[in-house]
Design a protein around this ligand. Structure first.
Ligand SMILES: [Zn+2]
Length: 246
């Protein structure tokens, strides 16, 4: 099957440590002929929040969501093919209370988790998602993914723990153009498991400037080389289902 769909589901703006406005990002994405992009600014109260700006209060989050909504409506009115997802990148070193008090999952189309690097981080994430599932129904839970996932933390230990977690909660793994070392052939066995388990995969560039908003070729080639095009199609189907309902 031919994959002509161009996506970049990991982009930062001035709402956290990106250099550009959402509007500027959208112009670049249109020039790069992208079909789906996700604005995924940082959310953190760990060490990271001392270094970079993050979406650290409800008012800021609401302004951010509203701005994305307005731009999306304009794109739709102008009959553009591009859809902008309301995303956020949650730092798993943040505290549970901070996340649960400020994040309403149904506000978002996509939630990325970063720094899933241990069985403890898996339990932590499980708790958060399970709590969301108590308060929100299935259709209110957004698409969930692991940002710039680094296989080295799981290739010798706990690979099964990881795979049963991502399968149970339907979580995708992101192929990120800024971290080519994570797709090294030394992880071939890991990527074979992704194929066997039919885990969805995504493409993200971790864009902080306009220069790499359209740099999706390298992650796409890595996905292709590991024979994971069907896994990418799984994600594309999920995006269409959620965001382009008939
Ligand atoms: Zn990021």
């Amino acid at each position: 099957m031919k994959i002509s769909r161009r996506i970049n589901l990991h982009i930062h703006t001035k709402y956290s440590d990106g250099k550009n406005s959402i509007e500027e990002i959208v112009k670049s994405a249109l020039n790069a002929n992208l079909e789906y992009i996700a604005i995924t600014d940082h959310f953190s109260n760990s060490w990271k929040s001392n270094i970079i700006p993050t979406l650290n209060n409800r008012e800021k989050i609401e302004n951010y969501l509203e701005e994305i909504e307005i731009i999306n409506n304009q794109l739709r009115e102008n009959k553009q093919k591009l859809v902008v997802l309301k995303g956020i990148e949650i730092d798993l070193s943040s505290s549970h209370n901070y996340i649960s008090s400020l994040i309403k999952p149904n506000d978002f189309d996509l939630i990325l988790f970063e720094y899933l690097e241990s069985p403890e981080a898996i339990s932590f994430s499980k708790n958060i998602i399970t709590n969301w599932k108590v308060s929100y129904n299935e259709t209110q839970i957004p698409i969930l993914g692991l940002a710039h996932f680094d296989p080295s933390f799981f290739i010798f230990n706990d690979m099964e723990v990881l795979f049963s977690f991502i399968a149970e909660f339907n979580i995708f793994l992101e192929f990120n153009s800024s971290y080519s070392q994570y797709y090294s052939t030394k992880y071939t066995q890991f990527f074979q498991k992704i194929k066997e388990r039919m885990i969805a995969v995504s493409i993200g560039c971790d864009s902080h400037t306009l220069s790499n908003v359209g740099d999706i070729e390298d992650p796409f080639m890595a996905i292709k080389n590991y024979d994971l095009l069907d896994n990418l199609l799984t994600l594309l189907a999920e995006l269409d289902k959620k965001l382009k309902p008939i």
